[in-house]
Write a protein that binds this ligand. Structure first.
Ligand code: SF4
Length: 354
């Protein structure tokens, strides 16, 4: 059954979510550019008859869950839960047009964001901890998730932005295929913590158009300390990012600057160089094209259990952000997020007193 807008808002409110709807989005489709001839990757895969087998293959992984590097091996189809606490159903906290994402994603009508409950990484500084740690949200059927995607499309959103998708990937594929048959024609944004298995990311080839992975750490010991023992995070994230780039290449935008396809990497600068920013930007420069889109983010804040960890129990300083951006440019990266660059310039002007 397709949810109408009123039902969806009610559902979001019941689940404790905050539905963010901005005025331009209240007029479905207003000002929407003609989308043809551009088509999402999954539409082409469906035409080739290859989408359904891919959904089945992904679904099979849940029998002995190895969707992510935790490789719990539990039978989620039988209702067992693993480290992420995901079971045999998908849970969503809220959804709506999001205007705070990177400009090529938010554009003028918002990124159609769906926040999935639970998480396979579980960082002590998580900013979304009520969703990721406490699992707040509401169970949805694949049909309802498909309706949510179509609702976001009707609002005029530029894409379907899947936040924390890793542990529910098979459900997303199933819902996308249903939504496709009902007219979905937007790129999927795979907005992941980066704690992925490359062989699982390979299943998304020809389905996801835009990858938006974090690279959170370059030091395994720090990853283990702050992200629930994920010592292998740096290798897993790097290998997965390379696979993502192999599939979709660099960022491609339409004539309005809206992202259609490609890789966009996020890196959150942390206090006391915990994120390993210098090693991260040097790795990107060595292993990916120098014009890879990279967002060096300054918005770290102390959340959840981070108060208990002195090295990360404070915000970053302007100097820490300045050194991060300097390392990125010294490494030769040429496509840094425009808002980060603007922030950098503000700090530089402030420092020079001009
Ligand atoms: S997705 Fe969840 S259950 Fe599956 S391997 Fe990862 S943490 Fe374990």
């Amino acid at each position: 059954m397709e949810l109408n807008r009123r039902d969806f808002i009610r559902r979001c409110l019941l689940s404790g979510g905050v539905l963010t709807v901005f005025p331009p989005a209240l007029h479905p489709g207003r000002g929407a550019p003609a989308r043809e001839p551009w088509r999402p990757a999954y539409a082409k895969l469906e035409e080739q008859g290859a989408f359904a087998p891919r959904v089945e293959e992904a679904w099979e992984i849940l029998r002995e869950c190895r969707l992510c590097p935790r490789q719990c091996g539990v039978n989620r189809l039988a209702g067992k839960t693993g480290f992420c606490r995901g079971g045999k159903e998908v849970k969503v906290y809220n959804a709506g047009p999001h205007f705070g994402e990177e400009i090529p994603l938010s554009g003028t009508r918002g990124s159609g964001t769906i926040f999935f409950s639970d998480c396979n990484l579980r960082c002590v500084f998580c900013q979304n901890w009520p969703i990721s740690m406490e699992g707040q949200g509401q169970r949805l059927s694949a049909e309802e998730l498909a309706s949510m995607m179509l609702w976001l499309q009707r609002l005029g959103c530029h894409n379907i932005n899947l936040v924390t998708p890793t542990h529910v990937m098979p459900f997303i594929l199933q819902a996308t295929r249903i939504a496709l048959r009902r007219g979905l024609n937007l790129p999927l944004v795979y907005n992941t913590s980066g704690y992925e298995l490359p062989e699982v990311v390979r299943l998304l080839d020809g389905i996801v158009d835009i990858y938006l992975p974090d690279v959170k750490y370059t030091d395994g010991a720090l990853a283990a300390r702050y992200s629930s023992g994920a010592r292998d995070y740096p290798e897993r994230a790097k290998a997965s990012v390379l696979e993502m780039h192999r599939q979709v290449g660099g960022l491609v935008e339409d004539e309005q600057g809206i992202a259609l396809r490609g890789l966009m990497i996020r890196h959150l600068v942390m206090p006391n160089r915990v994120a390993g920013t210098k090693a991260f930007v040097e790795w990107v420069a060595q292993h990916l094209p120098k014009d890879t889109y990279v967002n060096i983010m300054a918005q770290y804040r102390v959340e959840y259990q981070a108060f208990d960890y002195p090295p990360i129990a404070r915000a970053i300083t302007p100097e820490e952000f300045l050194e991060a951006m300097t390392w990125a440019t010294e490494a030769g990266l040429t496509h840094l997020d425009s808002r980060s660059v603007a922030q950098w310039q503000i700090y530089l002007r402030r420092r020079s007193g001009s």
